[in-house]
Design a protein around this ligand. Structure first.
Ligand SMILES: [Zn+2]
Length: 195
């Protein structure tokens, strides 16, 4: 899906990290002009936060994740996991929902239930569970899933990575179930979600 060209082997060997970085950094060009990124930047400002290009770092990730949010470090983009521009935008939007939740709802990230709620909201509101998006990624219509199932699946995977859940998918699923209905319905700061 990437439109970038592969560097020649001799050049790539010495520049792997730099090339990976510039690839993602290049994809950030004009990212602040995208409607959802602009909207969320404003909403985070409303709750006394400040997000800009400087809040975003591009680094390689080992885990199966596209990005991350840290209350003091900001937004992480996993340069080796991002497929294309839309994926970059969805990932930034997802992490911006976490930033918003952190400021507006004083999320206790140490509590897996709090994390579950923010993950449900981030996957619902960022657009990463749009039906066509799932189809693009899964590649087959038979895997086309409803938004709700996509949100549940993604939230469960994220919660399983919490230090208190230690990779236990069953426990993660139960935690997601406990908070799902109220958090899925809570679309703040959006009025509604396009499904
Ligand atoms: Zn997340």
């Amino acid at each position: 899906m990437s439109a970038t060209t592969t560097p020649t082997p001799s050049a790539s060997a010495a520049r792997t990290t730099a090339t990976g970085f510039s690839k993602t950094a290049h994809r950030l060009d004009g990212i602040e002009k995208g409607p959802i990124v602009r909207f969320m930047t404003d909403q985070v400002a409303e709750v006394n936060g400040h997000l800009s290009r400087d809040s975003i770092r591009c680094l390689p990730c080992e885990k199966d994740q596209a990005g991350g949010f840290h209350p003091t470090l900001g937004i992480l983009l996993c340069q080796n996991k991002l497929r294309d521009r839309n994926h970059v935008e969805d990932t930034i939007a997802h992490e911006m929902v976490h930033a918003y939740d952190h400021l507006r709802f004083q999320v206790d990230w140490d509590n897996p239930k709090h994390l579950a709620c923010s993950e449900i909201r981030a996957s619902t509101l960022s657009g990463e569970c749009r039906p066509w998006q799932e189809w693009m990624v899964r590649g087959q219509w038979k895997f086309l899933r409803h938004m709700e199932q996509c949100v549940r699946r993604r939230a469960t995977i994220s919660v399983s990575g919490h230090p208190k859940v230690k990779g236990d998918m069953e426990m993660a699923g139960k935690i997601v179930d406990q908070v799902f209905d109220s958090c899925y319905k809570d679309t703040r700061p959006f009025r509604e979600v396009y499904r």
